[in-house]
Design a protein around this ligand. Structure first.
Ligand SMILES: NC(=O)c1ccc[n+]([C@@H]2O[C@H](COP(=O)([O-])OP(=O)(O)OC[C@H]3O[C@@H](n4cnc5c(N)ncnc54)[C@H](OP(=O)(O)O)[C@@H]3O)[C@@H](O)[C@H]2O)c1
Length: 264
């Protein structure tokens, strides 16, 4: 007997048919900022992770996440960046997606300052090898210097080149960078509203190390099949119970879910 299946009554819509009263009101940007607000008065980094996947779990289409994005996902992606002190990303994603610095404009910078944030969140790249190109957009297309969190195993010559190119390089571990080392490095810099944009390798480490507080997951309304991986990869399984904070829906079928670690 199935006892616990019930219809979600918390779906909220981004858009509304003219004249319809049957649907909840459309969400504006202020609503989204409120729905995705970080806990107030953090005394430690709060690690939020954001991903988009297909319905069948693919994290990429032809090697990149762009093919999964939808208008609602892009809107929430921007809101999440607006609310963050720092955007953390694995070097694999920075390389594949050709990461540059976070975009800004005067209104966005002003809203951030009013909210007690810096004008632009820096990108923090996690790399064991130090293999981040000093001529990449991370260094050349940014208004704030990136942070490179790395290991004593990294190529020291390249770390020197990254430093010369303007990166703030910090060796935070002897081997692979642990979730705890990432969190401690961000805490030392007072960066507590953490937004991790992946990729699956880094998310796997953060989950395995028990430092993920929250996952924002967009389900893109499509099947993809193929050989794409899933959103988290680690050598072993680390079940981490989460509770559902909200589910938002857009008319195109996009689902935006927010999950918080149980007990938070
Ligand atoms: N759908 C989405 O929302 C989404 C989001 C992000 C990424 N992606 C996709 O995911 C793919 C990249 O996957 P990926 O697993 O390679 O991503 P990743 O986790 O960003 O990159 C793995 C690399 O990051 C560094 N790294 C990650 N965790 C580390 C740790 N604990 N310690 C030290 N270094 C660490 C290492 O770099 P070094 O090799 O330099 O040591 C490692 O090789 C891309 O195709 C990208 O498009 C999709």
């Amino acid at each position: 007997m199935i006892e616990h299946v019930h219809r979600l009554d918390i779906a909220t819509y981004f858009t509304r048919d003219e004249g319809s009263t049957a649907r909840p009101p459309e969400l504006g940007d202020d609503d989204l900022r409120s729905l995705y607000g970080y806990p107030a008065r953090l005394d430690r980094p709060w690690v939020r992770v954001n991903f988009v996947s297909s319905i069948d779990g693919a994290v990429t289409v032809e090697g990149a996440s762009a093919g999964l994005g939808t208008p609602a996902d892009k809107r929430v992606f921007a809101v999440l960046r607006e609310l963050a002190d720092v955007v953390v990303v694995g070097a694999g994603t920075a390389r594949t997606e050709n990461y540059g610095g976070a975009r800004t404009d005067p209104d966005l910078a002003r809203r951030r300052v009013v909210a007690g944030l810096s004008e632009v969140p820096p990108i923090a790249v996690v790399t064991a090898s130090g293999r981040v190109d000093p001529t990449s957009r991370l260094l050349t297309d940014t208004v704030v210097p990136p942070l490179v969190l790395t290991s004593a195993r990294a190529d020291s010559d390249n770390l020197g080149r990254l430093h010369t190119a303007g990166a703030r390089v910090e060796v935070v571990s002897d081997g692979d960078v642990t979730g705890q080392a990432v969190v401690a490095a961000l805490q030392r810099r007072g960066l507590r509203r953490v937004l991790c944009e992946g990729g699956p390798g880094l998310f796997g480490t953060l989950t395995a190390d028990g430092v993920v507080d929250e996952l924002c997951l967009t389900t893109s309304p499509q099947l993809v099949a193929g050989a794409a991986g899933r959103i988290a990869i680690s050598p072993g399984a680390h079940p981490t119970p989460m509770t559902r904070a909200h589910v938002l829906g857009d008319d195109d079928g996009t689902l935006l879910t927010r999950w918080v670690r149980r007990g938070e």
